[in-house]
Design a protein around this ligand. Sequence first.
Ligand SMILES: [Zn+2]
Length: 486
Amino acid sequence: MPLLSGRKPLSVALTFIIFFLLLSTAACSGGRVAQAPAEGRFPVPKYIFLFIGDGMGPAQVGLAGAVLDSSSTLAMTGFPVLGTVTTHAENRYITDSGAAGTALATGSKTSVGTISMKSNHRDTLRTVAELARRNGMRVGIVSSVGIDNATPACFFAHNAKRSNYYDIAGQMAESGFDYFGGGYAEGDFPRNRLKGGVNRPDIPALMKIAGYRVVSDRSSLRSVLPGTKCWAYTDYDGKAAMSFEMERKEQELSLAEFTREGIRLLDNPKGFFMMVEGGKIDWACHANDGAAAAHDVVAFDDAIREAVAFSCSHPDETLIVVTADHECGGLSLGNGRRGYDSRMSLLRRQKVSLEGFSRKVTKWKESRKVSFSMALDSVKVYYGLGDVSADSSLALSGEERLVLSKAYSNVPETGAAASGSAAEFASAVTGILNERAGVGWTSKAHTAVPVQVFAAGAGAEAFSGYYDNTGIAGKIIRLARFGERR
Ligand SMILES: [Zn+2]
């Protein structure tokens, strides 16, 4: 007798259909279609990387493709797991790096401007980096902006106010973390060291007393031995940040180098946790400077490649999570003026950041030797605008020339207003190139656009889905079993 005969196959099929109908009805009424596996079932990561692109919304990631040649792609977009997170602060829909950094570092919401404390400004919140250290891992913190700025600070410091730079920088020395790399400490600037007419001890001195090697060039950093606590910084601007990637000089260390050297110093059998921030993506977006933002996303991605290279020798024990704290600038790939017409590759013609160009303009005016027509020649060199022999879409209209001419004549030769007016001229030039490329900006501030999460390696599947940014720290803590004895 056959195993299935007569009406039996039909009844079996009907049973299955009814079962699936019931299941799908129950799933739909519950609002959930499928459940991700419990995090306890994932492999335990021993080497954990958290990359934070400050201000890096989905459009910033897309825009970075504009400065890459067509044969290149970003490492992060090749990761197998993709999630999306909401970013709002406890007290404001549009967040800042303090509240968002706290969410990413501790898994808790707080108010804007707060560094890893509850919004009552009394209770401190434990950070994933502190938990990693308590569990015997080495810890590294890297940022392309000041190491005491909000995002990195949220991993090692606790303060009611993100602008208390001196106190925050001092907490670097008290953290016991193994490696700090990237920008300088704004807290060490004279204006921040001064309190009640007295100069407080300088930050490098505090770091040395706490047992850190303090280095500021490539060869010194390379000579530091693994296991030595180290603070490494490179040339920095007036705000303690590294240069924009498009202007970084050869002797200045890149974000990727700080990451690579950090891995070398942190690597040990008990594992490590490393946070790397691409901080200047945000600064470029506040300025609505598409080219500078794209170049800094690529520099950030180069740092991610260092983690990927490391993971090849520890494939089952390395977790790499890449996300952003918030979007900035309301960036759009496409704008109202050009409609369906876009030429993102035009951004490759820009050779200097808006900020860098603005500094040049200030100097030209100071010299009293650079006429408007000479300035326009430089606009052609640094932005390609007016270079019609190369590309007719780079032509400047009569109206645009008039706007630029007015903006240039508004820049005084000396005085406090000079740099602001020079920035307005640079902003007008940058705006024209962005408009031509089809780039759109709706804000000079952050926005609440949800941001992406890219994950690869041990436990990466836990990061898929649509959730709040407070979910990320909790997932890392549960995956790494930080709540248990290791
Ligand atoms: Zn910002």
